[in-house]
Design a protein around this ligand. Structure first.
Ligand SMILES: [Zn+2]
Ligand SMILES: [Zn+2]
Length: 162
């Protein structure tokens, strides 16, 4: 399967496109759950917007200077419950957080077995279509209603391969 790695600048152009509406979308989603979009929560969202993949709480703490750990954990719980975040767990059970796909668009993840880096990746349109076909045929054979998918591919990142 062919996998396209999103480079830093390509990713920024993707996020720049959604960025103007992003905070407003988050604010509306939170307000429908009677949750305020505080400065601390905005900083968490901002850090995820510029990240190249899902971040752990420790990485978010570094990225959101001046947000205390206790308030960071509370923000993550609240944002998760409001459906603004997507939570992933790696093989060791470590949780990583990113913006939900309805905010950023559909993508997958590559995980480095050597250093643990997790990076967003996009499949070529043909490959996404092939995956959808596979799900449709799986739905037929299993009787499940399979409506979405998420790929996690493993290997060594560019930094660890050299
Ligand atoms: Zn690596
Ligand atoms: Zn996909």
């Amino acid at each position: 399967m062919r996998i396209i790695l999103i480079t830093g600048c390509k990713l920024h152009s993707v996020t720049a496109k959604v960025h103007s509406d992003l905070h407003e979308s988050v604010r509306r989603s939170l307000s429908s759950h009677a949750i305020r979009y505080t400065t601390g929560r905005r900083r968490v969202i901002e850090s995820m917007t510029v990240a190249s993949g899902p971040l752990s709480a420790a990485e978010l703490l570094d990225a959101t200077e001046a947000v205390p750990l206790s308030s960071l954990y509370r923000s993550l719980t609240v944002l998760d419950e409001a459906g603004v975040l997507r939570r992933h767990h790696d093989a060791d059970g470590l949780a990583r957080f990113e913006l939900a796909e309805w905010l950023t668009g559909h993508h997958h993840h590559a995980v480095c077995r050597s250093c643990g880096l997790v990076e967003d990746i996009e499949l070529a349109g043909d490959d996404e279509a092939a995956l959808d076909d596979m799900l449709a045929s799986l739905s037929t054979t299993t009787g499940w209603n399979l409506s979405s998918h998420s790929l996690e591919v493993e290997g060594t990142c560019a930094g660890c391969s050299t």
